[in-house]
Design a protein around this ligand. Structure first.
Ligand SMILES: [Ca+2]
Length: 180
């Protein structure tokens, strides 16, 4: 009987775990997904002096903006919604998630800007599109070390596949950019 009781207890525990799992069909509305409005309000809350400049975009500083994540937004193949004259960096691969946009020629510290949840933007970037023109080059840094250069019109869909000079992948590592 002792063995049987143990087995029954194990079944009961498994049942309890399953009961707290994610309901079928709920994956498309994960709790972490916030509406466009919630994200915009978060950006305004965490970035001092920020102002809304569009339905889904907040200016954090002159020449710097963040466009919030919106799964319903179409992503065109031509520069992935990154405006001409801008360098755009996304949190996730394949130009998904929120993106931070730069257009002024200066070195920007990603740690100076915050996401809608209050995290700093350094060590988050996974894809980018450089929609500047001419002979412009954007340079990317990790802990003060220049790790990558991208000319105008270049893009990367997933920095997990790009390596620095030491062979280490560049995903979630960029913490500063020389925009142009
Ligand atoms: Ca990322």
């Amino acid at each position: 009987m002792r063995i049987l009781k143990t087995a029954l207890a194990a079944v009961a525990v498994v049942g309890a775990v399953l009961a707290t799992g994610t309901p079928a069909g709920a994956q498309s509305t994960a709790p972490s997904e916030r509406s466009v409005e919630q994200q915009v309000q978060g950006l305004l809350q965490y970035n001092k002096g920020a102002k809304r400049v569009g339905t889904d975009t907040v200016q954090l500083a002159p020449g710097v903006s963040v466009t919030v994540a919106d799964a319903s937004r179409a992503v065109p193949a031509d520069w992935f919604n990154c405006d001409r004259g801008w360098l755009c960096l996304w949190e996730d691969s394949n130009m998904n998630g929120a993106r931070i946009n730069f257009t002024d020629c200066r070195r920007e510290n990603l740690g100076s800007y915050r996401t809608d949840k209050g995290y700093t933007w350094n060590d988050r970037v996974t894809s980018y599109s450089n929609n500047q023109s001419g002979n412009v080059q954007s340079k990317f840094y990790d802990n003060g070390t220049h790790v990558l250069t991208e000319g105008a019109t270049g893009y990367r869909r997933n920095l997990s596949y790009d390596k620095d000079i030491n062979g280490n992948h560049l995903n979630d590592r960029i913490d500063a950019v020389q925009v142009c």
